[in-house]
Design a protein around this ligand. Structure first.
Ligand SMILES: [Zn+2]
Length: 195
């Protein structure tokens, strides 16, 4: 880009870590990182067929399912973080809204019947190119039927939460906000960045 133009964002280490593309999706050739002529940042470009692969963050959607004073957590039966506890959450699918995705993941991972409530946390995990969104949810009963991705689904009082065995920092932060807000008697929407 000509000097004097806007600053050119280079492919930073963070962007490389978050990048998911190694080979051209059209022809399979190993991609190169370069800035297309009409663009202002490096992209995954195929040196063979010229295809430009645009990469953008993925949404992870989930819920904080609540039964009285207790919160539902699931113990993961899959990597990453096998055996660690999480709120039900997963990658949003095409054709669904964030709320639909959060409800679907709650059904798939915990087999829990819920009434979805308000959006609660929006957490950027820039390092891995993800945005995590959690909704509060009211459990309609306690007949859980964990799916194949879950070893166990159970309810926890705040003092029982296995803080040292939580799978992800977004789950920890969402639970911390949840218990803080409940003590205050008012639930807000919390936006933040996970380093
Ligand atoms: Zn190609």
């Amino acid at each position: 880009m000509a000097s004097g133009g806007p600053a050119v964002p280079r492919y930073t280490e963070a962007m490389l870590l978050a990048s998911r593309i190694r080979h051209c999706r059209r022809c399979g050739t190993a991609i190169e990182r370069r800035t297309p002529p009409d663009d202002n940042r490096e992209r995954a470009v195929c040196p063979a067929c010229g295809e430009i692969h645009y990469e953008n963050p993925l949404n992870v959607v989930g819920t904080v399912p609540v039964w009285g004073e207790q919160v539902l957590l699931c113990r993961r039966a899959i990597e990453p973080r096998h055996g660690f506890w999480t709120l039900p959450a997963g990658f949003m699918e095409l054709g669904e809204s964030t709320a639909q995705g959060a409800a679907r993941e709650t059904d798939e991972e915990a087999g829990a019947r819920i009434e979805l409530q308000g959006l609660f946390t929006v957490l950027n995990v820039v390092r891995v190119g993800q945005v995590h969104l959690f909704y509060r949810a009211r459990l309609l009963d306690t007949d859980f039927a964990p799916g194949s991705e879950t070893l166990e689904a159970r309810l926890f009082h705040e003092h029982e939460v296995p803080w040292d065995e939580l799978a992800f920092r977004t789950v920890r932060q969402t639970l911390e906000h949840f218990f803080d807000d409940r003590r205050r008697g008012q639930f807000g929407i919390h936006c933040g960045d996970i380093a």
